[in-house]
Design a protein around this ligand. Structure first.
Ligand code: ZN
Length: 260
């Protein structure tokens, strides 16, 4: 019962990579929406917001060959998302979320230098898609992407470290709200992926990491689909059709990568 969580717990002790503060130490005070554990969009509605289209003419590189096919794992993720024998499904979901979070955090740590309030004044995820944060007053606010991502990653880390959400003691059961919490985490991590694909894929290519990044995201999508953690409309964005990583999702489905 506690095997996977014991792994997770030992990983939890590893500190997150130091956060960069490209906008200076006073930035959070100026932002007017300090992070509050449990507040914000992670527990809110936070539907993707349509914004004025930017330049839709150019197809994103992540949708082009050969990059769309770059992967460490060939074929589908069918076998690695399958629930192992004798493992509780909540344990399986918990440990996988833990892995996704940590891997995404490592990628973000590398890409963070290029994600500043100047380069990314909004949490963009496509030419017509912009995510907004919901502050303590339930107001939707635009945040620079690095601020939004810091809020998300800090909130997820706190949630993972909270034994009420992610129990670690032998015999401790998962809360009945665990599936909801897991979905909230998933939704926010998806947004971080979506921003990195939209705004920082060139850097991923520059680092020759497209195979790693694609495999991590495809695994994330396949797992989310298998365990009902993903809301398809979150992947597609608004009602105007597939945008950003929504198209990638469709392409990978066509290629059979996401079959589970
Ligand atoms: Zn950015």
């Amino acid at each position: 019962m506690s095997f996977f969580n014991s792994i997770g717990r030992s990983m939890a002790r590893n500190p997150r990579p130091p956060k960069r503060s490209p906008t200076g130490p006073n930035f959070y005070q100026d932002a007017g929406a300090p992070p509050v554990p449990g507040a914000g969009d992670a527990y809110g509605a936070g539907a993707p917001m349509e914004v004025a289209p930017a330049d839709p003419a150019q197809k994103p590189l992540y949708l082009c060959n050969p990059f769309v096919k770059a992967a460490l794992v060939k074929g589908s993720f069918k076998t690695i998302v399958r629930l192992p024998n004798y493992v509780d499904v909540n344990e399986w979901v918990a440990v996988n979320i833990y892995e996704f979070y940590n891997n995404l955090n490592l990628f973000y740590g590398v890409l963070a230098e290029t994600c500043t309030a100047h380069s990314c004044p909004t949490m963009s995820a496509g030419p017509a898609l912009d995510y907004r944060w919901i502050d303590q007053n339930r107001k939707q606010v635009k945040l620079p992407a690095p601020t939004y991502i810091d809020y998300v990653m800090s909130w997820v880390q706190q949630t993972l470290d909270n034994p009420k959400d992610f129990p670690t003691k032998i015999g401790a059961d998962f809360s009945p709200t665990f599936p909801t919490t897991a979905k909230h985490i998933y939704r926010q991590l998806l947004r971080v992926f979506a921003h990195l694909y939209h705004a920082h894929y060139n850097t991923v290519l520059h680092l020759s990491s497209e195979g790693h990044f694609n495999s991590l995201f495809a695994h994330f999508l396949a797992f989310g689909k298998q365990y009902d953690l993903l809301d398809v409309k979150d992947i597609h964005g608004g009602s105007g059709g597939a945008v950003g990583v929504g198209e990638l999702w469709e392409k990978w489905k066509e290629m059979g990568v996401l079959e589970a």
